[in-house]
Design a protein around this ligand. Structure first.
Ligand code: FUB
Length: 310
């Protein structure tokens, strides 16, 4: 009995480590994966589908991490709506990035004063937090959401976001202010594909951009069409375009009508993160983050990636 008690006490002191295939998180419903590679680990920032209600009950973000893409540590929720005094609801899809010794986490929420979506930025010296509101007000607030952040090789940082439009702004080196005004990226069918039968939104771009650079080519991976969404991508010779539509990465599959991409290279492999409704009770408001290992083709294009659905 003493041995068993000792073992249980020792286990209680360890961080929570879950061994998972897909979905990565099997204890709660999670959505909107945003992976970050830092110092030999993958940090996975997610949203939390809290009660399955059809209006999204999402009040916090969560962090998980792994050194091997198999065993994941649960770091809890180091950021939530209450961290932002100006926000009232909708802790939706964000992304975190490391720069100059700090972690900056860009997250969209409803702005209480206007009832429209805005994007805040939280800061921490640790990838697992605690994070706090860096500004006390939204960084940008034009009613649109789903930020992605990217620092180019020349040190210029960009924040992109949007639904129904696609916006970008150049961030200052402090990562919590910007120069110039938010600018719309033209949503042309050459750049973002053609949405069949929809004249109000002629291109496939719906939401959830994920912008990065690989081998000199700029990628914008995004949730396409609605609904259900699939994941598609465009490429460009520069961070602001001109974008060329390159096709589908992950077709519509499973019981979630949304999907949301995150792409990284880690330890010599490429990984595509997404969400679906694969947990028991899963669906459009009870989602789960998942990941697939993939290889780019020699010319830098994506293969078709299918979901793990069981
Ligand atoms: O999770 C809430 C919203 O659903 C996200 O902001 C979108 O990307 C979609 O996944």
């Amino acid at each position: 009995f003493a041995l068993l008690t000792g073992l249980l006490c020792a286990l209680a002191l360890l961080p929570a480590v879950a061994r998972a295939d897909n979905p990565i998180v099997q204890t709660i419903y999670t959505a909107d994966p945003a992976p970050l590679v830092h110092d030999g680990r993958v940090y996975l920032y997610t949203g939390h589908d809290e009660d399955g209600s059809t209006n999204y009950t999402m009040k916090e973000w969560r962090v998980w991490s792994s050194a091997d893409m198999v065993n994941w540590t649960d770091h809890g929720s180091p950021l939530n709506l209450a961290s932002f005094g100006w926000a009232s609801a909708n802790a939706w899809a964000g992304q975190a990035i490391y720069r100059n010794g700090k972690f900056y986490w860009y997250v969209p929420m409803t702005v209480r004063a206007t009832g429209a979506m805005g994007i805040g930025v939280a800061v921490s010296t640790s990838p697992t937090g605690p994070f706090s509101d860096a500004l006390g007000h939204p960084l940008v607030a034009n009613g649109e959401f789903d930020p992605t952040v990217f620092v180019d090789d020349d040190g210029q940082a960009y924040l992109y976001w949007g639904n129904p439009h696609l916006w970008y702004v150049k961030l200052n080196p402090d990562m919590i202010s910007y120069s110039g005004s938010p600018t719309q990226i033209p949503l042309t069918t050459a750049g973002f594909g053609t949405r069949p039968g929809n004249t109000s939104r002629p291109t496939l771009f719906e939401e959830g951009p994920w912008v990065y650079k690989r081998n000199g080519l700029y990628y914008n991976v995004f949730a396409a069409s609605c609904c259900p969404e699939f994941i598609a991508y465009s490429t460009a010779p520069g961070p602001t375009g001109p974008w060329t539509y390159r096709g589908t990465i992950m077709p519509t599959q499973g019981s979630s009508f949304t999907n949301h991409p995150g792409v990284i290279d880690f330890n010599g492999n490429s990984y595509f993160f997404y969400h679906n409704g694969a947990l028991p009770g899963g669906g459009g408001y009870t989602r789960s983050v998942a990941v697939e290992k993939f290889s780019y083709r020699a010319d830098g294009t994506f293969p078709t990636i299918t979901m793990t659905t069981t």
